[in-house]
Design a protein around this ligand. Structure first.
Ligand SMILES: [Zn+2]
Length: 463
């Protein structure tokens, strides 16, 4: 708890959630309770149980009859600035490397205002679709852009945030993929990464903000920067994140340039362990899965992006059976092009079935990946489940919508099988950020107008 959560008299702030039709706890026993709720003090869950078992009053009472309540979803991979370049005609029909090459020249014109506004927009979409904790991977810093601009947006909108200080240092001049104009000097990258860790990283339980060290990918930074980033991250006990084994060209680049598979390269650089998670891993081979399982290295699975760029089907079932921590990510909005978490959960289930059969992933597996799975990948033990001692991060879905009609024999599965839904309520750290389907921290109309104006400005600058 923090001092700011205490009310003016020093008394604890309490919240009671009652009469939820179904409460999905995602606790160790995976309990699902009927006519149930939560009792919360100062942003922490104190009790979980049936309505009859809980205290009867609190400072704030949410009667959620007709709703499903579950832990807030956790997004483990995103590039929020890309919400400015969704569905761009030049990048609609390309695979990863071609797609990146068309977009780098646009992104070179990003401004601080664009980072701030696009982060707010991406977070609004995430929040309304059930996400309460998100990471973001910002790896371009042209024209005075800084990680601070996305951090300020997260603080304003009230989302729990893992801000990744990304980077690119190997431009075309040095055999990399990005244009030289969007790469930074490695000394500057490390210095600024250290600055943002010292300024913002909170390693405490219930932290609303953590910083992550995240060179963009093996094809845009040097071996030295990967190694030095790992040293820096471990000195400060912060997590490491990058893209790995996204498609066959990515694997071919690794074999040609480094003489090893992406997983071998990660192992060689010290980029394995419980403090590391890699995005995609679509082309992770059996030896790679074994290495990740042995070391506890996490994976951010991004099904929509993998389909959009025709990267392939990540072997999520095999990874999970082997013991690899797997979370879910919507990925950047230029390759999805949505930040809808429930839609991503649904696609995770559908895509595994296309690849590996009808029992490859159940609805509850998919929801577990998006909650507990994401928490494990981000190195958190205080979110992803509803149990005493956990942060009060939860969402509710109104089961009386047309989308769920006829599906209430199993409302938990309905959330995944039926059309993607938006939340009625979202509470983060005990604070109600979405109420009756409306974001309470940021006014959406003016935000979207400003976002669209900046998106136009960005594409015009690049033209
Ligand atoms: Zn990505």
């Amino acid at each position: 708890m923090t001092a700011t959560q205490r009310n003016t008299h020093g008394k604890r702030n309490t919240m009671l959630v009652k009469h939820a039709d179904v409460l999905v706890t995602m606790d160790d026993a995976r309990r699902e309770l009927r006519d149930a709720g939560l009792y919360i003090e100062d942003g922490q869950i104190v009790a979980v149980g049936t309505t009859a078992e809980l205290p009867q009053t609190a400072d704030e009472v949410l009667d959620l009859g007709g709703h499903l309540v579950m832990p807030g979803l956790i997004n483990t991979h995103h590039h929020m600035y890309q919400t400015l370049t969704r569905a761009l005609p030049a990048a609609q029909n390309a695979e990863l490397f071609g797609w990146l090459t068309s977009l780098y020249k646009v992104w070179a014109h990003l401004t601080p205002e664009m980072i701030e506004v696009s982060t707010l927009t991406a977070m609004a979409e995430l929040l309304l679709s059930g996400c309460t904790t998100s990471s973001d991977h910002l790896y371009l810093y042209p024209n005075g852009c800084r990680l601070d601009h996305s951090i300020e947006a997260a603080q304003r909108i009230g989302m729990r945030f893992h801000a990744s200080r990304g980077s690119m240092s190997v431009g075309q001049r040095d055999g990399g993929l990005p244009p030289d104009a969007v790469v930074e000097r490695e000394a500057d990258i490390l210095k600024d990464t250290q600055r943002v860790i010292e300024a913002y990283h909170d390693e405490g339980r219930y932290a609303m903000l953590r910083v992550v060290v995240a060179p963009c990918s093996p094809f845009s930074v040097s071996r030295d920067l990967m190694r030095e980033s790992a040293v820096l991250a471990r000195h400060y006990r912060v997590s490491l994140h990058t893209h790995l084994a996204e498609n066959i060209n990515d694997v071919a680049y690794s074999r040609e340039k480094f003489g090893m598979t992406p997983a071998q390269y990660a192992g060689d650089l010290g980029w394995v362990g419980r403090d590391v998670w890699h995005a995609h891993c679509v082309q992770l081979d059996d030896a790679g899965i074994d290495l990740f399982a042995r070391t506890g290295t996490g994976v951010a699975h991004c099904p929509c992006s993998n389909m959009r760029l025709a990267s392939g089907i990540a072997p999520v079932k095999r990874m999970r059976l082997a013991g690899v921590p797997v979370g879910l990510g919507v990925d950047g909005s230029a390759s999805n092009d949505g930040s809808h978490m429930v839609a991503e959960v649904r696609q995770a289930l559908l895509l595994q079935r296309v690849g590996f059969g009808p029992d490859a992933m159940t609805a509850r597996d998919a929801l577990e990946i998006a909650t507990r799975g994401g928490a494990a990948v981000l190195g958190r033990e205080d979110v992803g489940a509803l149990a005493p001692g956990m942060a009060a991060d939860f969402v509710s879905f109104d089961l009386r919508q047309p989308a769920f009609a006829g599906a209430l024999s199993d409302p938990v599965a309905a959330l995944v099988f039926c059309a993607p839904s938006q939340v009625a309520h979202s509470v983060i750290n005990g604070r109600q950020v979405v109420k009756d389907g409306v974001l309470s921290t940021v006014e959406l109309g003016p935000l979207i107008e400003r976002h669209n104006r900046l998106a136009r400005q960005l594409t015009e600058a690049a033209a």
